[in-house]
Design a protein around this ligand. Structure first.
Ligand code: NAD
Length: 483
């Protein structure tokens, strides 16, 4: 049995069980069963969280980087200790297999360590003066102020961890509003920071309906920064709201990552990596490799081998069976979205070579699905599926492949496989994306920036950028006092 926590809000250093706006169900997507009630914050509780974050900011921003690092390091160590138990809650809330949940949490530990260290490491710079009366021109990075952190459900520990660690390391206070369906994972993460000694008001946690909560928090004069991970549609709405109130806004949005497989690729390696990575987290990953563009010379072999691997993936309730490789989708609405993508195939619009159907159960399961030759104007080719559907398209020249890869407004991750050095350089340079993986499908590490271009958002999380994202640049020009 999973030890699921009693869900609470955390405001001004107090855990609060009763939500002013009532409660909402938390559902296990593998079974459809309600596993908990989550309190929903109302306007007075949101105002209390804003006041707490505002009141705590002067003292927290005045602490030394070394003090902040010490607390973040303790939080990361607690998260590592508690990973096995927290992983069970992640699986219960959003369905990913336990090993993937543990990997997500241990990856988050490294992210918190790195960003905590940035608090000690990241200085400003001295710019040479033009002589005369000037002594120094000093550039510093000042904490922006209270930050609102809005996170989704697909990485319910890692995404909040990245944002909390960046904000707190930089000297900002924060209000976290996690996804409605993964409140327990966020709560257990916040507990690590609290138990590590984060002072009251520095980190607050609220739950509830995302639209009204985001509007309330973003519009408040207390809030100075809004960091959002989620869909492009919601990102555009929040960006407009943030702009109205002149708030710094960081959107990390959707993607529809292309993967170019050249005739010069190590095909066996490429197909195995692509088919296994595609279905990780049931494809609900913003950098999931999804549009496979394959050289015509090796296309048939790639499709056959990819579909064979996809067809053998064991799908089920990962919380009940450790051998399950792919869990459910996080919501019933994600299953409906997969059905719509598949409905737009057939005839000359694409052929489903494996999968394509809902798996009948009380949970939200969809088969690992491969569509061969989807039409250029099909739903699959134009919209991010954000689920276990891959499409494979043949190409004749590498330039054609780049043209298809760059044809969407998304630009988060892009990948390519090629054993030809010149071609690999060309692909790395010409793919339009915030992150490009060549001969591998990983574009994220604690030390490196993570972010997109175009409709995938702007700015970066992770790496030194993940710290600087929560700072304002300040210049101090110091001149002689006289003569
Ligand atoms: P959704 O847009 O309904 O919800 C996504 C997230 O946004 C949820 O966590 C929700 O809490 C939040 N949200 C929704 N409306 C909001 C609002 N008005 N203000 C603030 N937050 C709000 O989509 P979904 O069906 O849950 O997820 C699928 C889509 O979301 C995909 O298209 C995908 O692009 C996107 N998504 C992206 C990421 C990512 O890592 N970039 C993660 C999860 C979801």
């Amino acid at each position: 049995m999973t030890a699921y926590p009693t869900l609470k809000l955390f405001i001004a250093g107090q855990w609060i069980e009763a939500g002013e706006a009532g409660t909402m169900d938390v559902v296990n997507p593998a079974t459809g069963a309600v596993i908990a009630q989550c309190p929903k914050a109302g306007p007075a509780q949101l105002d209390a969280a804003l006041k707490a974050a505002g009141d705590a900011f002067p003292a927290w921003s005045a602490t030394s980087g070394a003090e902040r690092h010490a607390i973040l390091r303790r939080a990361a160590d607690l998260l590592r200790e508690r990973a096995p138990e927290i992983a069970k809650v992640v699986t219960a809330e959003m369905g990913k297999p336990r090993a993937q949940a543990v990997g997500e949490i241990t990856g988050s530990v490294d992210v918190i360590h790195f960003l905590g260290e940035e608090a000690k490491r990241r200085g400003g710079r001295l710019i040479p003066t033009r002589g005369n009366q000037l002594i120094a021109q000093m550039v510093t990075h000042e904490p922006i102020g209270p930050a609102v952190l809005l996170t989704p459900w697909n990485f319910p520990v890692n995404l909040p961890a990245k944002k909390i660690a960046g904000a707190l390391a930089a000297g900002c206070t924060a209000i976290l509003k996690p996804a409605e369906n993964t409140p327990g994972s966020a709560q257990l993460l916040v507990e690590c920071f609290v138990d590590a000694g984060v002072p009251a008001g520095v980190l607050n946690l609220v739950h509830g309906d995302p639209g009204p909560i985001a509007e309330h928090l973003v519009a408040s004069p207390v809030t100075r920064k809004v960091s959002f991970t989620g869909s492009t549609a919601v990102g555009k709405q929040l960006g407009a709201l943030a702009a109205t109130h002149m708030k710094r806004f960081a959107p990390e949005l959707g993607g529809h990552a292309p993967v170019i497989v050249s005739k010069h690729a190590d095909l066996a390696r490429a197909v195995t990596m692509c088919a296994t990575t595609k279905f990780r987290n049931a494809g609900q990953v913003c950098v999931s490799p999804t549009r496979f563009l394959v050289a015509r010379e090796v296309y048939d072999q790639f499709v056959a081998e990819f579909a064979a691997i996809a067809g053998k993936i064991k799908v089920g309730d990962a919380g009940a069976d450790e051998s399950v490789e792919m869990g459910p989708l996080a919501h019933a609405r994600r299953v409906a979205a997969m059905e719509q993508v598949v409905a737009d195939t057939g005839g000359n619009r694409g052929e489903v070579v494996t999968g394509g159907s809902v798996i009948e159960s009380t949970g939200y399961f969809f088969q690992p699905t491969v569509i061969a030759n989807p039409a250029p104007d099909s739903r699959f080719m134009l919209e991010e599926p954000f689920g276990p559907i891959a499409g494979i398209v043949p190409f004749d020249t590498i330039e054609d492949a780049v043209g298809i890869a760059n044809s969407l407004r998304y630009g988060l991750a892009a990948y390519a496989f090629s054993g030809n050095l010149d071609e690999a350089h060309y692909l790395g340079k010409s793919l339009r994306a915030g992150m490009v993986g060549i001969n591998q499908l990983i574009v994220s590490s604690p030390e490196t920036p993570f972010g997109g271009v175009g409709d995938s958002g702007f700015g970066s999380e992770g790496g030194e950028e993940g710290y600087l994202a929560f700072t304002d640049t300040k210049l101090v020009m110091l001149a002689k006092a006289g003569g």
